[in-house]
Write a protein that binds this ligand. Structure first.
Ligand code: HEC
Ligand code: HEC
Ligand code: HEC
Ligand code: HEC
Length: 483
């Protein structure tokens, strides 16, 4: 850890040396900022990445590495569908009735954020401004101009055109840095509100906190508030999957938010989890030890043969283990450490597949309850189990480290998922047997439908095979979708 602190000192030094722009000597905006500090000469409103290029060529070039596309065993930067056979082929069933059953891809570099949101088929003419929030440098300025009208404004007709006119960049310098001072800053108010809901004071963060806070603006679970579509973090009860679930079943409901969509298979009111890297990391070993996102994802990078900068290539640390992990685990054999990571991921991924498989079966059992005339009361109970079962695997599946950010927490969540899905199956079985349903036939039909979805090679058509005459659709129209 000593070496690491020394590194941080070097980094500071580099920082001071690099900032040699003209000195505006403007009055300091933040109470805690140094009283006189050199400024970049850039406008406080600068949102173009290119504007920073000449002042900070080293960081800019490092940033441009985000264009590289290279996969690791479980993750990486190649644009790939999550429906692929080696990924999560049952998703078109599990998200049936929702945009995530139409198109759902693995994440890739920050430089692609705008291109990817524009092209993904989940975005429709009904999508709202909130979907744009974690993609573009124009968001803070738009929020300033439009206030809370931003969130619910039409994505295609209003927000995208406005962003283009403003000269937006995909996730860039001004999202994390004050353009005048290059201090790290929070630009997304949802993050601040989220931490405040836990009673955390964000007015005076440490330098180390900021190295995770900047990422926590986007790499989090969220939902759209019922009244104005505002991006809202479900953090009031805590960061753990069970705490966020509790939030959704209490505070969110009191505020009018009950579900993201209704499953086309089980008719259950469902929640869609979103990339909770921040929460997962915070409750994992590294998070508890105060290791920041930047420690692993923005290690020092040597440029020009000797100078050290902070890497701005946000990618899998498995590609840069000696600088990422090595700064703290230099005493360990890094090949062995990598194997340890892959072991964690393998265990996690296989538990994830099992949980998804049982969750899928649970949806179909409930479908059969509905078509067999089981009482509404029992159906509602089973639907609650399905909703809960899916939440506890999705919060792991939507997280992008395949278990690494919190190996134990992720496994616990997957275990809870199978318990809940099995509760749905057990309850359904009791009721279906009473109705004289042929349970062997039901199981065979489920196997058939799972196979049919996987056999379809056109990703956009997979979802159509998830329903058929034996398992009729439970809701016709798809609602608006989060990113
Ligand atoms: C102790 C090191 C460490 C810390 C700290 C850490 N990560 Fe990671 N992260 C990893 C590893 C290892 C992976 C898995 C990469 C792989 O499978 O190739 C990963 C994966 C990811 C991915 C997916 C990468 C991909 O290739 O798709 C994202 C996104 C991510 N982390 C974001 C974060 C954020 C945000 C934080 C802070 C809240 C954070 N990480 C903290 C080590 C770390
Ligand atoms: C996702 C957040 C994020 C974005 C986007 C981002 N940076 Fe950074 N930047 C950081 C972090 C974190 C540090 C490390 C600061 C620290 O430890 O105090 C940093 C450090 C720096 C430094 C200080 C010198 C160094 O190498 O440590 C400069 C200069 C810099 N960034 C320039 C840029 C430029 C130019 C862009 C756009 C091309 C950019 N940054 C985009 C998060 C970001
Ligand atoms: C303004 C929102 C935003 C901020 C801030 C942000 N990210 Fe991201 N990040 C994204 C989005 C969106 C993607 C996916 C882009 C895509 O797939 O087109 C992404 C992708 C990634 C990936 C996957 C890259 C790959 O190769 O697969 C990593 C790793 C990552 N971010 C880490 C970080 C870290 C670490 C920070 C903080 C230093 C951070 N991000 C800050 C929105 C953000
Ligand atoms: C800033 C320092 C820091 C960085 C960077 C870091 N770690 Fe750690 N790591 C720690 C600390 C601190 C612990 C907790 C040690 C303990 O409690 O025993 C830990 C624990 C671990 C553990 C759990 C202990 C074990 O052997 O089971 C693994 C695995 C691990 N780190 C892997 C990694 C990998 C892989 C990377 C790079 C992607 C990484 N770490 C980056 C500081 C760091």
């Amino acid at each position: 850890m000593k070496r690491f602190r020394y590194g941080a000192y070097l980094l500071l030094l580099t920082f001071v040396l690099i900032i040699t722009g003209c000195s505006n000597d403007g009055e300091s905006k933040k109470a805690n900022a140094a009283d006189s500090k050199e400024t970049t000469g850039l406008s406080a409103d600068e949102i173009s990445n290119e504007a920073f290029k000449d002042l900070f060529p080293l960081q800019y070039n490092s940033y441009m590495k985000n264009e590289k596309m290279e996969d690791t065993k479980y993750s990486g930067s190649v644009k790939r569908s999550k429906y692929d056979p080696d990924k999560e082929p049952l998703l078109p069933v599990l998200f049936n009735g929702y945009g995530f059953a139409t198109e759902y891809n693995e994440d890739r570099g920050h430089t692609y954020a705008l291109e990817d949101i524009k092209n993904v088929k989940r975005i429709t003419d009904k999508s709202v401004g909130s979907c744009y929030t974690c993609k573009s440098t124009a968001v803070p300025k738009m929020l300033e101009e439009m206030g809370d009208d931003y969130w619910g404004a039409n994505f295609n007709s209003e927000i995208w055109t406005k962003g283009e006119a403003m000269g937006h960049s995909p996730i860039g310098c001004s999202d994390c840095h004050d353009p005048e001072t290059m201090d790290l800053r929070i630009t997304r108010p949802s993050f601040t509100k989220g931490l405040e809901s836990q009673g955390i004071d964000v007015s005076n963060p440490t330098k180390n906190d900021m190295r995770s806070y900047v990422c926590g603006q986007c790499h989090v679970e969220y939902h759209f508030a019922a009244n104005n579509s505002e991006v809202t973090f479900p953090w009031a009860e805590g960061f753990k999957p069970e705490e966020m679930y509790e939030y959704y079943n209490t505070i969110a409901k009191e505020n009018g938010f009950e579900k993201d969509w209704v499953s086309n298979i089980s008719g259950a009111p469902m929640l869609k989890a979103q990339h909770p890297e921040y929460e997962t990391h915070a409750s994992g070993t590294h998070g508890k030890a105060n290791v920041s996102c930047a420690d692993c994802h923005m290690p020092f990078e040597r440029v020009d043969g000797k100078r050290k900068i902070t890497s701005h290539w946000w990618t899998s640390p498995l590609k840069t283990m000696d600088t990422s992990c090595g700064q703290c685990h230099g005493d360990r054999d890094l090949d062995k450490l990598k194997e340890r990571v892959l072991d964690i991921q393998e265990t996690n991924f296989s538990a994830l597949h099992e949980a998804q498989n049982i969750s899928t079966t649970a949806h179909y059992y409930v479908n059969k309850m509905i078509t067999s005339g089981v009482s509404q009361d029992k159906i509602t109970q089973a639907q609650e189990f399905v909703r809960k079962g899916q939440w506890f695997w999705d919060i792991v599946a939507a997280e992008n480290s395949v278990g690494f950010h919190n190996p134990q927490g992720s496994m616990d969540s997957l275990r809870e998922s199978t318990v809940q899905s099995n509760n749905a199956i057990r309850l359904a079985t009791e009721e279906l047997v009473k109705k004289g349903v042929d349970m062997n036939e039901l199981d065979q039909e489920i196997e058939k439908v799972k196979k049919a979805v996987q056999a379809e090679t056109d990703n956009f058509k997979k979802k159509e095979h998830a329903v058929n005459s034996y398992f009729p659709a439970q809701q016709p129209a798809a609602p608006a979708v989060k990113k």
